[in-house]
Design a protein around this ligand. Structure first.
Ligand SMILES: Nc1ncnc2c1ncn2[C@@H]1O[C@H](COP(=O)(O)OP(=O)(O)OP(=O)(O)O)[C@@H](O)[C@H]1O
Length: 559
């Protein structure tokens, strides 16, 4: 299949904002995609080469890409760089450079999707000495045979800047439409495997029946089951039917561990592969997990003096570190508190009740200094539960989780089977969708940020406030650098920003307000931290803001 057909799809997707139309375009394209390409095309449509959990990365920056285009077209690098300043879009500038190319080679071959994809794989897999050079040559070869529009989309894919507005929801519906299967079956299979390529293939070749048979697979991360809030331990206990498992809510980073023999892969909450950054955890897992093949989940916590937990940002620092990892192992020791098991030696456990899974978990691990079982109390007594909760806080933990003893594991669902209880109004994780340039000494820095909650029904980000405090000067420099490439529109001092960056925001109160479309406004919002571990779609939802508002009013009534 020609790459030009995919380029044509990208162009059409870019031209419409209508979700139904986008879904139809993608569905039509999937229908005509041959079986052997079906596993890769869904990701290419999302503007990616690999799923997020695949460790491979292209590792190509703007500079290297421009070099490759320059070699392929004969247009000097400087000229391409200048053109980017005009167009504001490297993709456009690549297309222009290809148009300028004087001669087409006689041997120029029309690009196929397979060739483009295979080249991306080679680029990703080029490692070690001279790899930058090899990456560049592979890409130059592609650009040599690319038509202008093809070049534009290849460049955007390489840099991860495809803007076709196709998110996971559209892809799910398009797979259902293309192969006449139920969207909820596609969703289910995707929640279990996080692999749209695989799901599309099963949908096409085996239909609804095949999708129904899809189950947990070692090596493919499962979407994590999530929790809702409860105002108190008592409320949680009532909601759970009078008896529940209470566990410490550790304040760290959630991980999903897949062990297959002596191979261990660890995924973050966003299902990114973080294995390489935490070799200490890998070896501890190999020692503690006795089963040959197993998938477990837990919270990775940074431990400080006297074994007290340190803020979760410390764990994220470990995830980010690529070099001198040994030094980081010393500086930020980690401890993994396991709270669930989803698969053991060929047996999928997600449909077992939680109490059973906990038993299996206890049988599966031998606790060690670094690998522990989440501390748990099963009770039907409010006072006991309250005491457990207070003890957890005293030890420096975030609060407790209450879990229904009879509940199955629901991948990707934020339901009432798990409830979290924390002492204060919770911070919100919100997406930056706008900002304002500062004044005077800070005129070159973005200062005040318009933040939004996610509305999963419309897929929109709805503003709930403006955050201007809590930032250090360094933060502002960093945010300006990070957000500048995401500016989509400027109007006077205000800039509109593509929703990509998630920040944690604290506030004094949630107010009802007509000021924003959401109907809510945060009072005294203040920046707490950058949430690099969350994608915009994982930001707090507008429903959550509404729920927190209700809690707040309830608490007010109690006071
Ligand atoms: N014992 C535990 N059982 C389950 N989750 C736990 C436990 N201890 C800590 N956690 C963490 O709490 C999270 C559950 O809360 P929630 O579903 O609200 O996730 P979240 O959106 O990341 O919220 P938060 O910012 O509060 O962690 C889990 O994703 C996990 O990271």
């Amino acid at each position: 299949m020609r790459y030009s057909e995919l380029a044509d799809l990208y162009r059409r997707l870019e031209k419409t904002t209508l979700k139904t139309l986008k879904t139809k375009f993608v569905a039509d394209f999937l229908k005509k995609t041959p079986d052997e390409l079906l596993e890769i095309v869904p990701y290419l449509i999302l503007g990616k080469v690999f799923p997020d959990w695949d460790e491979r990365e292209l590792g190509v920056g703007e500079k290297l890409l421009i070099k490759a285009v320059s070699i392929a077209t004969g247009v000097p690098e400087k000229e391409i760089e200048d053109s980017v300043k005009d167009t504001g879009d490297l993709g456009e500038s690549v297309a222009l450079a290809i148009k300028k190319k004087k001669q087409r080679s006689f041997f120029s071959q029309p690009l196929t999707i397979k060739r483009v994809y295979d080249t991306f794989v080679k680029v990703a897999e080029a490692q070690g000495e001279g790899s930058q050079d090899r990456k560049m040559k592979y890409l130059a070869n592609l650009f040599m045979d690319a038509q202008p529009e093809e070049g534009k989309y290849i460049a955007r894919t390489v840099l991860g800047t495809m803007r076709t507005g196709v998110a996971e929801g559209i892809l799910r519906d398009a797979i259902a439409e293309a192969f006449k299967v139920k969207p909820e079956m596609v969703e289910r299979a995707y929640m279990l495997t996080s692999d749209f390529g695989y799901v599309a293939k099963v949908a096409k070749l085996e239909g609804n029946d095949g999708l129904a048979k899809v189950t947990v697979q070692i090596g493919k991360p499962i979407r994590p089951m999530l929790a809702q809030n409860a105002a108190s331990v008592k409320e949680a206990l009532v909601e759970m039917g009078g008896k529940a498992a209470f566990e410490i809510k550790y304040d760290g980073a959630r991980v999903q561990v897949h062990k297959d023999g002596d191979r261990v892969v660890i995924y973050s909450r966003r299902l990114e592969n973080v294995t390489k950054s935490i070799p200490d955890v890998v070896s501890a897992v190999l020692e503690s997990l006795k089963a040959e093949k197993v998938i477990v989940e837990g919270e990775l916590v940074a431990v400080g003096e006297g074994g007290r937990p340190r803020p979760f940002q410390f764990v994220l620092r470990r995830f980010r570190r690529k070099y001198n990892i040994d030094e980081m192992i010393e500086r930020i020791p980690l401890e993994l508190n396991l709270f669930d098991v989803l698969y053991v030696d060929g047996e999928t456990l997600i449909n077992l009740p939680f109490s059973e899974r906990r038993k299996r978990l206890e049988e599966t691990i031998a606790e060690s200094e670094k690998i522990k079982l989440a501390v748990q109390l099963v009770t039907n007594n409010v006072d006991e539960a309250q005491e457990f909760y207070e003890k957890a806080l005293e030890l420096g933990h975030e609060g407790v989780m209450a879990k229904r003893l009879d509940s199955v594991y629901e991948p990707g669902n934020r339901g009432k089977k798990w409830l979290k209880v924390k002492p204060t109004m919770e911070d919100l994780d919100l997406v930056i969708i706008g900002a304002e340039w500062g004044e005077g000494r800070r005129a070159h820095l973005l200062g005040s940020f318009l933040v939004a909650a996610f509305d999963p029904h419309s897929g929109e980000f709805v503003p709930v406030g403006k955050v201007g405090s809590g930032f250090t000067d360094e933060d502002l420099v960093e945010f300006t650098k990070m957000l500048k490439p995401l500016i989509v529109r400027e109007e006077g001092k205000f800039v509109e920003i593509e929703p990509k960056v998630v920040i944690e925001v604290t506030y004094q109160e949630i107010q009802k307000s007509p000021k924003y479309k959401s109907g809510f406004a945060l009072r005294f919002p203040r920046y707490v931290a950058l949430r690099e571990d969350k994608s915009p779609e994982e930001a707090d939802t507008i429903e959550r803001v509404a729920r927190l508002y209700e809690f707040q009013e309830k608490f007010k009534a109690k006071r």
